[in-house]
Design a protein around this ligand. Structure first.
Ligand SMILES: NC(=O)c1ccc[n+]([C@@H]2O[C@H](COP(=O)([O-])OP(=O)(O)OC[C@H]3O[C@@H](n4cnc5c(N)ncnc54)[C@H](OP(=O)(O)O)[C@@H]3O)[C@@H](O)[C@H]2O)c1
Length: 233
């Protein structure tokens, strides 16, 4: 049995990924607060900022992993807040890091020792894993940190038969982006014009790329941008 474990598959890129892996006959588990609406996905209600929720989720997942021939572990869930170097309360930063970073580590610590070879650990980063923009301090910090975690994973998993990569979507047409842009059509059009194709990336395009990354261990340790070619600003 081929298994995909996806955090944050209730919406956006995670939801599309769930659909894509299902279509390739994977058993798919979603970890998020809301359920994934895609029929056939196994939902584990999990607030990734809660260590006890993560422990309970891992108990269920470890039972299933025992019967899996390969696992795609996709760290996709994320909190995105508007904050900055001069306006980011440390409690708020701690909350964001809890979901975007600490939860990723907790899942890795509990699940990685049990993954069969030919598995993958795929981190969903961002263009903001390698650059910064104003007004997104906690997001930029957490996405840069994921890059470091991916590279460390690559080194620590040498010889295990498990590969890893950081997938960095560009502006993708999801709830997170639309909320961040204030659900404003004009702003969305301006953002869409910042790449070579004058449109947003569709979540399905990232989902297919995630599946491809899982199936191709040659990319082990890579930072993979998927953004339609962004204009340099
Ligand atoms: N959209 C873009 O333009 C873009 C660009 C670059 C990178 N990305 C990255 O792509 C990934 C997916 O983003 P998206 O745009 O698809 O976002 P989205 O549509 O807003 O989905 C975010 C997902 O994260 C989950 N999540 C958030 N907080 C959670 C928590 N505390 N516990 C459990 N699940 C939680 C949400 O589930 P619940 O609310 O149900 O818990 C939801 O399923 C993120 O890592 C994001 O940084 C997106």
């Amino acid at each position: 049995m081929k298994l995909a474990i996806i955090t944050g598959a209730s919406a956006g890129i995670g939801q599309s990924s769930a659909k894509t892996f299902l279509s390739e006959n994977y058993t798919v588990f979603n970890l998020s607060r809301r359920p994934c609406p895609v029929a056939g996905v196994h939902n584990i209600t999990c607030d990734l900022s809660s260590p006890s929720d993560i422990d309970a989720a891992c108990d269920t997942l470890l039972e299933t992993i025992k019967t899996a021939s390969c696992v795609a572990l996709v760290h996709n869930a994320c909190q995105m807040r508007k904050d900055s170097t001069t306006a980011c309360d440390s409690n708020s930063l701690r909350e964001v890091l809890e979901t975007n970073l600490i939860a990723v580590n907790s899942l890795n610590q509990k699940l990685l020792p049990h993954l069969p070879d030919t598995s993958s650990v795929l981190y969903i980063g961002s263009t903001l894993s390698e650059k910064a923009v104003p007004g997104s301090l906690s997001y930029v910090i957490s996405k840069h940190a994921l890059l470091g975690m991916m590279r460390a994973s690559c080194q620590d998993l040498m010889g295990s038969g498990i590969h890893t990569a950081l997938i960095c979507p560009g502006f993708t047409n999801t709830e997170m982006l639309q909320t961040h842009l204030g659900n404003n059509d004009e702003v969305t059009r301006a953002i869409a014009s910042m790449n070579s194709y004058n449109r947003l990336v569709e979540p399905e395009e990232i989902a297919r790329f995630i599946l491809w990354a899982h199936c191709n261990p040659v990319i082990n340790g890579a930072v993979l941008h998927a953004n339609l070619g962004q204009k340099e600003s």
